[in-house]
Design a protein around this ligand. Structure first.
Ligand SMILES: *Cc1c(COP(=O)(O)O)cnc(C)c1O
Length: 463
């Protein structure tokens, strides 16, 4: 039943829009483990990280005590182009499901990149510009991050070099053209243009690539060209910090109308949207002020949380990046080729990994055909054609709403609708043609990825 006092879509007013990001690490008793230097196994210092990342971003990466960090004016004005993002009550979906649950979603697809990634892209481009750099390099999988970064770079007049996972480069030519429209150069990865790319191609001829490979190439180009730094669209603490804008807006909107979510759901690739959405709510849970049921949803074909190991691992395949302690399938893990739904990174944010390890949140893995069923259902009922990644969260939101139907509980469910799926029509086509299949890796297959962790075995034995 519609609540007359609560708008169907909640937008914040100018003076309600957050002016600071929230750093959830400040409220964590067990801080995420530090990034380690792969050669010395010592924690990475500011000076170690400076050749790779922009100075201000390194500071943010290492800052685990400052709870609130000012959002620079320039970033706030860019945010105004597409924020605040609406918080929507999914009345139609509730009615169709016949559930007593109240379902809300925060919609981040209202910009050309089609996802939440622009929230961090603009911040990272801003700090690169402020440092006087010429440009940045990065990787992109499905293409949303590359698109967001090319938009942000063109706004600040920075050069943008994107390494795009080869399979996506071939399957998503339109995504590539959007990036080029914003002035980025796009190279399919692995490529012959870097040492690490050539090595990977030699070892795995004909590989369709992975995010881990593309990261290695982008880092190599950033560190071997003057005036360039590497930027990453997920996983890192700084990215979760920027994405806290999602949760802060949501919490402000909910508090304003006295709504308290019982369950908060987000899809989890590297953890940035989920981390951003839950941060301010998690802060309350960590401080013992409120309780929430946080659910990370991941693909059954790339199950970092539910079947991964909590260990130090490389973020990239070429093993050039620092080691992060996280839930991981091993940096050599490459999801099966039939996996179409994004969220294909082998690891997970170290902040979320620690929170998960400490029991502050739970995770579920879902199969892609059920994800696309949820996507189709949502598109037909709520009108928005969701990104496959976002549809993982939709799937579990629907499952939770149906549980409420059985028990009669009137729970309030909040989920992150991270983006739109217009560039994912090859995947939708497979689903519509009934040829989409599921793939769950066997324990033996996952073991191969874990065996790679033995490279750092001594280190992992110390944990
Ligand atoms: C990149 C992306 C994700 C997953 O990345 P996280 O860092 O886990 O948030 C989810 N949804 C969309 C639309 C994306 O573009």
């Amino acid at each position: 039943m519609a609540d007359k006092n609560i708008p169907y879509k909640i937008y914040l007013k100018e003076d309600e829009i957050p002016k600071q990001w929230y750093n959830v690490r400040a409220d964590m008793k067990n801080k995420p483990a530090p990034l380690l230097n792969p050669a010395t196994h010592e924690p990475m210092s500011f000076d170690d990280l400076r050749p790779v990342f922009c100075d201000e971003l390194v500071k943010q990466e290492l800052d685990e005590t400052t709870p609130f960090i000012d959002i620079p004016e320039e970033i706030q004005s860019f945010y105004k182009m597409y924020r605040p993002a609406p918080l929507v009550r999914a009345y139609c979906l509730e009615e169709k499901l016949g559930t007593p649950a109240k379902i809300y979603y925060k919609f981040e697809g209202n910009n050309t990149s089609g996802s939440h990634k622009l929230n961090s892209a603009i911040a990272q481009a801003y700090y690169a510009k402020k440092q006087g750099l010429k440009g940045v390099t990065t990787e992109t999988g499905a293409g949303q991050w590359g698109t967001a970064l090319s938009m942000a770079c063109s706004y600040f007049g920075l050069d943008c070099k994107v390494f795009m996972v080869k399979v996506s480069y071939e399957q998503k030519p339109f995504r590539r053209e959007v990036m080029r429209t914003y002035g980025a150069s796009v190279t399919p990865s692995p490529s012959e243009t870097t040492n690490v790319g050539r090595k990977i191609l030699e070892k795995f001829p004909g590989t369709t690539g992975s995010l881990g490979c593309a990261i290695s190439e982008a880092v190599e180009v950033a560190t071997s060209n003057d005036g360039y730094r590497y930027v990453l669209g997920s996983v890192l603490n700084q990215v979760l910090l920027h994405q806290s804008i999602i949760g802060l807006e949501t919490k402000t909107a909910m508090d304003k109308y006295g709504i308290k979510p019982d369950i908060i759901i987000g899809c989890a690739g590297g953890g940035s949207n989920l981390g951003g959405l839950i941060s301010p709510f998690m802060g309350e849970k960590l401080r013992g002020e409120q309780d929430y049921d946080f659910i990370a949803v991941e693909p059954a074909s790339c199950p970092s949380f539910t079947r991964g190991k909590f260990a130090y691992d490389f973020c990239d395949t070429g093993m050039v990046c620092p080691l992060a302690k996280m839930y991981t399938l091993g940096s050599g893990f490459i999801p099966s080729a039939n996996h179409a739904g994004g969220l294909r990174f082998h690891g997970m944010s170290s902040t979320l990994s620690q929170l998960y390890h400490d029991g502050y949140m739970r995770a579920v893995a879902v199969e892609q055909t059920s994800v696309f069923e949820a996507a189709q259902q949502f598109a037909r009922i709520e009108g928005i054609l969701p990104a496959p990644e976002s549809s993982h969260a939709i799937k579990v939101a629907i499952d939770e709403a149906l549980k409420c139907k059985e028990t009669g509980e009137e729970k309030t469910i909040l989920f992150g609708l991270t983006g739109t799926g217009y560039f994912d029509m090859v995947a939708y086509q497979k689903f519509n043609d009934g040829v989409m299949t599921d793939y769950i890796p066997t324990d033996e297959e996952l073991q191969k990825g874990f065996d790679g962790l033995h490279t750092n075995f001594k280190l992992n034995a110390l944990i």
